[in-house]
Design a binder for this molecule. Structure first.
Ligand SMILES: [Fe+2]
Length: 139
């Protein structure tokens, strides 16, 4: 049972970023599946490291694109991306070093953040692009 159920409501209509988001959710679901199947914390956290790396690639691509599109909420997005990166890196470090966070707490944070960020924050750029009359893809 995945921690995040991917469905069409996650689609923003910008194919490149819809694919990125799906990949991020896929990595979280893979970590969660492994976790519930009894994988070691080391192997679960190595998938989460991959998620963090991929998120940083994704954020850079999104920010560049938003700049090109003159997206008015670029600064807000950059701030959220930066706060997220700091927070998750800290959580994973703490999880590894002093076990301050349970692995489940880390994954719950990722679930809440990714779901909220895609459905509420990123969805606004989907609406912005649609309002500009640019082609979107919600298939
Ligand atoms: Fe995003």
């Amino acid at each position: 049972m995945p921690i995040v159920m991917w469905d069409k409501s996650f689609l923003l209509g910008v194919t490149q970023f819809d694919e990125h988001h799906q990949h991020l959710v896929g990595l979280l679901n893979q970590a969660y599946d492994d976790f519930t199947a009894g994988a070691t914390p080391e192997s679960v956290s190595s998938i989460l490291d991959e998620l963090v790396d991929y998120a940083s690639y994704h954020f850079s691509a999104e920010e560049l694109w938003m700049r090109e599109q003159s997206y008015p909420k670029l600064e807000e997005q950059c701030r959220e991306h930066e706060q997220f990166s700091k927070r998750i890196t800290q959580m994973l470090n703490d999880q590894r070093s002093d076990k301050k966070f349970l692995m489940l707490e880390v994954m719950t944070f990722l679930n809440d953040w990714l779901t909220h960020h895609i459905l509420k924050v990123d969805s606004e750029y989907g609406l912005y692009i649609a309002a500009k009359g640019m082609p979107i893809n919600l298939a």
